[in-house]
Design a protein around this ligand. Structure first.
Ligand SMILES: OC[C@H]1O[C@H](O[C@H]2O[C@H](CO)[C@@H](O)[C@H](O)[C@H]2O)[C@H](O)[C@@H](O)[C@@H]1O
Length: 408
């Protein structure tokens, strides 16, 4: 076989060595990232240099830039892994751990420069996204991360904030908190998600739990001191007028707007339609969109009545927030703040048990305000028959809080 390619550097008559092309330089970056991510064992460097691009180099390079592999990610974290004795479970744990690098992103410089061109909102630190079609940060997913990234058999993993802490990725965990606080500073509350169409609502408030768990692991008092004002601000938001009517600015529900409009077309006047949008947005804010939990008639979405319900989970999350703030205030010697939030938590615990607890069923139940009353009214007469006796996972959220299972 003869080799006749004229510019071949192998030919003795050509002294010049062909320079590395931008494509090879780029693929070498991929190669090195893969080596650091997957480790050296059974690593084949050639595999990465043989990739072909589907889009031009500039576009591909830009996308790769956004896949910010977290700096504190290591392929095999020390600590929890070695304690998992069962080898199958250990390799599964490693697989779950490896999801962090797939779910990490950096908001592109283009979004920071020209935010008006994007629905994605700029965030200061690297982000961790739920995956699949959800390519932006979500508030409560940041705690209970739902990773729908296909891994071998397409199982859905839940690798939460606590998972990040178990993986010892404390800097990434701090970045998540910093991002959420930046939304809170900008909008007055942590948005449902980091998109322009999520600005009319929040999601179940778990920021205090993140900061509490981070402190437990790192003992970083300075970070707590910096974060505390944001938590107090968030507490005011959830206890302000807006949550008496739930959502003031009823804009409907983002990308589901078309189908929302179809449902809303059933309402003949503007005020009923607006009210329906408010119920939709509130259901989205609950994180349970669109569960029958919020419907008067479980087979008809237009009977959503989210704002007429006192939900077990939201109240439990708020109680947890009050306890967390009291604890974190104590850690930073803010004693009067600690006292204030402890008192607030005691009052809420009493109310949760008075209104939502059902002794016969041995669980807490959502409470339906009757048709004619609204959350704006101060005085209510609580009646057991207004409790929703259906069993939802949310009925047991209070058990997540030590106060309830320890009988304090
Ligand atoms: O995992 C992300 C979130 O996914 C669902 O909600 C999101 O999509 C909904 C419909 O497309 C939208 O109405 C909602 O505002 C979004 O948050 C899920 O219901 C959420 O619990 C979850 O955080």
């Amino acid at each position: 076989m003869t080799f006749t390619e004229p510019s071949s550097p192998c030919r003795g008559d050509s002294p010049s060595v062909k320079p590395t092309t931008p494509l090879i330089t780029f693929l070498e970056r991929i190669q090195e990232t893969a080596r650091q991510t997957f480790g050296d064992s059974s690593f084949d460097p050639k595999f990465y240099l043989d990739f072909s691009l589907k889009l031009d180099l500039l576009t591909t390079g830009g996308c790769f830039q956004q896949l910010a592999r977290p700096a504190d990610f290591v392929p095999e974290p020390d600590g929890f892994l070695s304690e998992v004795e069962n080898l199958e479970v250990r390799s599964w744990a490693l697989e779950v751990h490896s999801l962090w690098k797939n779910l990490s992103r950096k908001v592109s410089g283009r979004v920071h420069k020209r935010p008006e061109l994007h629905t994605l909102l700029p965030l200061p630190e690297s982000v961790v996204v739920p995956g699949s079609r959800f390519r932006e940060v979500y508030y409560w997913d940041s705690y209970w991360r739902s990773a729908t990234t296909p891994v071998k058999d397409s199982r859905v993993y839940r690798v939460g904030y606590r998972g990040l802490l178990a993986s010892k990725m404390y800097e990434t965990a701090k970045g998540i908190v910093t991002n959420l606080i930046s939304l809170l500073d900008e909008y007055g509350y942590v948005l449902n998600g980091a998109r322009a169409y999520y600005t009319n609502r929040s999601q179940p408030p778990l920021l205090s739990s993140m900061i509490h768990d981070l402190y437990d692991r790192t003992g970083d008092v300075e970070f707590v001191r910096k974060s505390l004002p944001a938590l107090v601000k968030e507490h005011s938001f959830w206890n302000s007028g807006i949550h008496k009517v739930i959502i003031k600015d009823a804009q409907g529900c983002d990308h589901t707007l078309k189908s929302d409009k179809q449902s809303a077309s059933k309402f003949l006047n503007d005020s009923d339609r607006e009210n329906f949008y408010r119920e939709l947005a509130s259901a989205a804010e609950s994180g349970w969109d669109f569960s029958t939990r919020w419907m008067r008639n479980t087979s008809d979405l237009t009977t959503l009545a989210t704002t007429s319900i006192l939900p077990v989970d939201l109240n439990a999350f708020l109680l947890k927030m009050e306890l967390d703030i009291a604890f974190l205030a104590k850690v930073t010697f803010e004693n009067s703040m600690a006292e204030r939030f402890l008192e607030a938590s005691q009052a809420r615990k009493k109310a949760i048990n008075a209104v939502l607890w059902n002794a016969k069923m041995g669980q807490w139940l959502d409470y339906w305000l009757n048709n004619t009353t609204t959350c704006e009214e101060e005085a209510q007469t609580w009646e057991c028959q207004n409790q929703n006796q259906n069993v939802f996972a949310s009925n047991f959220i209070p058990l997540w809080i030590e106060l309830f299972y320890s009988g304090l």
